[in-house]
Design a binder for this molecule. Structure first.
Ligand code: ADP
Ligand code: MG
Length: 500
């Protein structure tokens, strides 16, 4: 089944999220839609699936114009969609969810539980999905929950399947499995629209690529295009995706973490017996699948976790047990995982956020009085140095995009004297242009002789930046490997497989 979009236009107030978009997806094709955050990808797909109504434009299936007003119309026309945030009910079984989805979407014909189970089994066997119809959804790994949504679309006989950033929530292994599933579906004639901003995935499976920037189609590309070419099309300027990996001098030990344990309120151990060192001019990455204790370990580095035992030394100074503020003034720059929660005060201005923990010191203040003119002029300087795109430094920091918020955090944290940079998921949710900037800044710190401790769940990021990689699994560091490790080996370690 082929799908064609003609002149799709959709505005939200003054913002044109989709501007006259044309797109053709051929039968049995994997068509990737590549674009930065906010480019308008989800809006476009929500229109195709009947969750949003376009202001203008047409959706054609097999060259016939469709009237799609709600998801049941889309399903009836053979279009299925798997959302980034699954729409499953966690406490119900797989089969119950599929029957419920059926009722909600109002597709004609009744699906009873017994039939649903048979259908799930049929589809699951056909594609080797290995999904048990009686399993409770919340007990399934995320990758399997996603397959349940795919099964649901297939049971409804979807011939065009829309996957909106399906790999954002998956482990590297689960991602590989999904890419395989996509190839299988394609082999059986299903057309797939694959939305992502991960270039490697696009190159691995896409037959054709359409690039969207600021609501417009800015080009199409073949999967043979280089990652650099694709990134440049996405961002609209040349992008260098290969940060400088040239050899750099590594100095003395800056950070020594010994016998570190972190417990939660109930005394459960989230981080167990952690030992490592990071040297001046070195990037140690802590890799792992989300939820294996990395967040707690990162927070423990600046005393944000209440129940910690062991030792954290910066050069000879023990920092464990200090206040957060004292830790920062020991020369730790901290880029928190949640910049909204721990990194910024949304209601304060960009200028104020740039000096959050320096506000009572010279040159910003005299006594307890803050000097707004100096705060503003320093903020102007920082916003140029860190390429913060904004209207005015007096605007609330909450008005910035994710990438620009992260630049504010970096600009502030790197303005104090730094011995150690702790960066936790520093590029999560950022667009390619901002990722490139953040990576450059991290490597600039490395080259200036700081020790860098990078927490990241992104394989590509870890491999691009790290000198050594420590893999965390279930609260422990199960292995520390050199950066010459392959993505495959690293993926296995992240899944807890030490001796593959
Ligand atoms: N319901 C909405 N109301 C207002 N603005 C929206 C709404 N949905 C999306 N937008 C805006 O439209 C633009 C495109 O968003 P989206 O389609 O989600 O982008 P993408 O999926 O490519 O990241 C963004 O600027 C976003 O903030
Ligand atoms: Mg989206």
């Amino acid at each position: 089944m082929s799908l064609e979009l003609r002149g799709i236009t959709k505005s939200f107030g003054a913002l044109v999220a989709n501007d006259n978009i044309d797109l053709k997806v051929a039968t049995g094709e994997i068509h990737a839609i590549l674009g930065e955050n906010g480019a308008g990808k989800s809006t476009l797909m929500n229109i195709v699936y009947g969750l949003l109504e376009a202001d203008k434009g047409e959706v054609l299936v097999d060259e016939k114009v469709q009237s799609i007003k709600e998801p049941s119309d889309a399903l009836a026309a053979g279009i299925g969609m798997v959302h980034q945030h699954f729409m499953l009910i966690p406490v119900f079984s797989v089969a119950e969810n599929i029957v419920l989805g059926h009722e909600k979407t109002g597709v004609v014909g009744k699906l009873d539980l017994a039939t649903a189970k048979q259908e799930i089994k049929r589809v699951s066997d056909e594609f080797k999905f290995d999904v048990d119809p009686d399993a409770i959804v919340e007990e399934l790994p995320v990758g399997v929950q996603q397959r349940v949504e795919i099964i649901r679309a297939l049971i409804y006989d979807a011939k065009v399947l829309i996957l909106d950033e399906p790999t954002a929530v998956l482990t590297p292994q689960e991602t590989d499995e999904l890419l395989e599933i996509m190839k299988q579906l394609k082999a059986k004639g299903t057309s797939i629209i694959f939305i992502t901003h991960k270039l490697r995935e696009v190159k691995a499976v896409a037959d054709r690529i359409t690039i969207i920037r600021r609501g417009k189609v800015v080009g199409t590309a073949e999967p043979t295009a280089s990652q650099g070419e694709l990134a440049s099309l996405m961002v609209g300027r040349p992008v260098d995706l290969n940060p400088d990996r040239s050899s750099h001098p590594i100095g003395d030990v800056v950070l020594t973490v010994s016998n570190l344990h972190v417990e939660d309120e109930t005394g459960r151990e989230l981080v167990k017996n952690i030992n490592f060192e990071v040297k001046a001019g070195e990037v140690l990455a802590i890799a792992g699948v989300q939820g294996n204790g990395q967040s707690e370990l990162a927070r423990a580095m600046v005393n944000l976790e209440p129940h910690v035992k062991g030792s954290i030394k910066i050069e000879r100074d023990e920092v464990l047990g200090l206040s957060v503020r004292e830790s920062l003034h020991q020369g730790i720059a901290f880029v928190p995982e949640s910049r909204e929660l721990d990194g910024l005060v949304g209601s304060l201005s960009i200028a104020e956020n740039l000096i959050l923990d320096l506000h009572d010191m010279a040159p910003y203040a005299k006594g307890i009085q803050m000097n707004p003119a100096i705060v503003a002029s320093e903020a102007e300087k920082k916003s140029v140095e860190f390429d913060i795109r904004m209207q005015s430094v007096q605007d609330p920091v909450s008005s910035l995009s994710g990438g620009n918020k992260q630049k504010v955090v970096l600009a502030r944290e790197l303005s104090r004297p730094v011995r150690l940079l702790v960066a936790s998921q520093p590029t999560r949710g950022l667009d390619v242009g901002s990722i490139e900037f953040v990576h450059e800044r991290i490597l600039a710190e490395r080259d200036a002789g700081r020790a860098v401790l990078l927490f990241s769940t992104e394989l590509d990021e870890v491999l691009a930046l790290a000198d050594r990689i420590a893999v965390m699994y279930r609260g422990e560091i199960i292995k520390i490997v050199p950066s010459t490790v392959t993505a495959q080996e690293l993926g296995l370690l992240m899944a807890g497989v030490v001796n593959a």
